[in-house]
Write a protein that binds this ligand. Structure first.
Ligand code: UDX
Ligand code: UDX
Length: 470
């Protein structure tokens, strides 16, 4: 069975993953027509914006879209037409944690994946390679295949591949241009292997063949969960050690550096923080927990659950340190929170530690000044309202003030809390900030970002994750 030469690709889901991934495919494969479709019209309009005000912020993304939009890259809400014309379909819709029903709080909500799959079966009139790009529980590909085969028109073949995406937000374009590896899972049948070859040929336009790993479907699905779980586990490990550092006078940066020099451990992903966020780590670990429980492996489930529990503990421990340091009360005090995104260089706020911190400060009846260079105001109100269902949005708006610069946000505050490691927070004019604050002026560095000695010399009381405040 010879592989199909892919000429037209459609991606269902123009989000943080589908958008950048397929834009880079278009850029690297000029002879392939790539159409990214989404049900959300506002999102598609933004992708088509004349001034390139795209719906997501990602360094380098505008340049990629500018280089091929209107040539071989298109954005559309016409999902059916996209499906009909394509020979390869990426399914890149979101798979959030279920909020109700069986597995609520743990299992992935596959409703959108199923809807997209049913749509493909309903409208396809020719053979398709269907690629699951969304992160999904193990064996989802099998469910997709069953749905497709049960609803297919005669003479329509579907081959399913799993091709998880490993890009990190903030460095998506760099990661896509230069991936550590591309992983493709397929059935080990002649048809499955041929489909795998077709997708490998797409990536081979810019990724060397030895970095394109081809494996079985289930290994591919599980590898994505495993990679995220192990990355998150490293952060929870270093954050657990940061608590010991704070209690003993050791310095977590020095510990991480010493540990990371061991070539078996390596230096990456050992940065202590106020807690990991993002749309993937927590969701994927909870998914693994659910999977382990379903497979009657309670000890395995408990092991992975602890990674998430440690992360929750890190966030609440940090909020408590703020309250304790401010003489055990922050009621009516003004706290500045710098950063709302879950990491620097993205406008994404999903599971951001800043949300939990502000929720805890609101419970203590503090006033919060907030500044983030990228996150949109409506998103902040939506996240804060969701995090504090007992408070009305009106009450939240009375307590929280969104500011348009760090300097404005820090004025008249008792304490500054650094929640996101935006580079511009490193370059703040701390002398001026200090003059404008109430004294004693505290800085709580949740990202190991600022120069503690310099700030201490100015007069600040600096409290840093993983360093004792003795
Ligand atoms: C991705 C993956 O798909 C998810 O599984 C992974 O764990 C995280 O990254 P992401 O791209 O970040 O999701 O999600 P999002 O930015 O929400 O984009 C999904 C898009 O799919 C949205 O724009 C949504 O409108 C669209 N969508 C959803 C459809 O077009 N059709 C649907 O039926 C459902
Ligand atoms: C992650 C994975 O890295 C990526 O491979 C996968 O495709 C999606 O999930 P992402 O969530 O976009 O990517 O960002 P990542 O850089 O992994 O950061 C996740 C969170 O961990 C952020 O809140 C970040 O600030 C935090 N983090 C990261 C730390 O606290 N310490 C570190 O050393 C690294």
């Amino acid at each position: 069975m010879s592989p199909v030469k892919v000429q037209k690709i459609v991606c269902i889901g123009a989000g943080y993953v589908g958008g950048p991934t397929c834009a880079v495919i278009a850029q690297k494969c000029p002879e392939i027509i790539v159409t990214i479709v989404d049900l959300n019209e506002a999102r598609i309009n933004a992708w088509n914006d004349e001034q390139y005000r795209l719906p997501i912020y990602e360094p380098g993304l505008v340049e990629v879209v500018r280089s091929c939009r209107g040539k071989n890259l298109f954005f559309s809400t016409d999902v059916d037409k996209g499906i009909q014309e394509a020979d390869l379909i990426f399914v890149s819709v979101n798979t959030p944690t279920k909020k109700s029903g069986v597995g609520a709080g743990f299992a992935a909500d596959l409703n959108y994946v199923e809807l997209a799959t049913r749509r493909i079966a309903a409208v396809a009139t020719s053979n398709k390679i269907v690629v699951e790009k969304s992160t999904v529980p193990c064996r989802t590909a099998e469910s997709m295949r069953t749905i497709l085969e049960a609803n297919a028109k005669p003479n329509c073949r579907f081959d399913i591949l799993s091709n998880p995406e490993f890009l990190a937000e903030g460095t998506a374009i760099k990661d896509l241009h230069n991936p550590d590896r591309v992983l493709i899972g397929s059935l080990q049948t002649p048809e499955g292997l041929a489909a795998c070859q077709s997708l490998s040929d797409v990536y081979a336009h810019w990724v060397s063949r030895d970095q394109i790993l081809t494996v079985g479907l289930w290994s591919s699905e599980l590898s994505k969960l495993a990679a995220n779980a192990m990355l998150a586990q490293r952060i929870s490990s270093i954050n657990a050690l940061s608590a010991i550092c704070e209690a003993t006078g050791a310095n977590i940066d020095e510990v991480a550096n010493a540990v990371g020099y061991d070539s078996r451990i390596g230096p990456k992903f050992l940065k202590a923080s106020v807690g990991f966020g993002g749309s993937c780590f927590q969701k994927d670990i909870l998914n693994l927990v659910y999977l382990s429980e379903s497979l009657h492996l309670p000890e395995v489930a408990a092991y992975w659950r602890q990674v998430v529990e440690m992360n929750e503990h890190q966030k609440s421990r940090f909020a408590k340190r703020v309250v304790d340091s401010l003489f055990n009360t922050i009621t009516n005090k003004r706290i500045t929170v710098l950063g709302f995104a879950f990491k620097a260089d993205t406008g994404d706020t999903r599971e951001s530690a800043a949300i939990s911190l502000i929720r805890d400060f609101l419970k203590e009846k503090a006033n919060v000044n907030l500044y983030d260079p990228q996150v949109e105001e409506y998103q902040i109100w939506q996240d804060l309202a969701e995090a504090s269902p007992n408070l009305s949005l009106e009450t939240i708006k009375k307590q929280v003030n969104i500011c348009s610069s760090s300097l404005e946000a820090c004025k008249d505050a008792e304490a500054i809390v650094i929640a996101t490691e935006w580079k511009e927070f490193k370059e703040i004019d701390w002398e001026t900030v200090y003059q404008g604050m109430n004294k004693p002026a505290f800085v709580f560095d949740g990202r190991l970002l600022v120069d503690e000695d310099k700030l201490t010399k100015i007069g600040f009381k600096v409290i840093t994750i993983g360093r004792g405040s003795l």
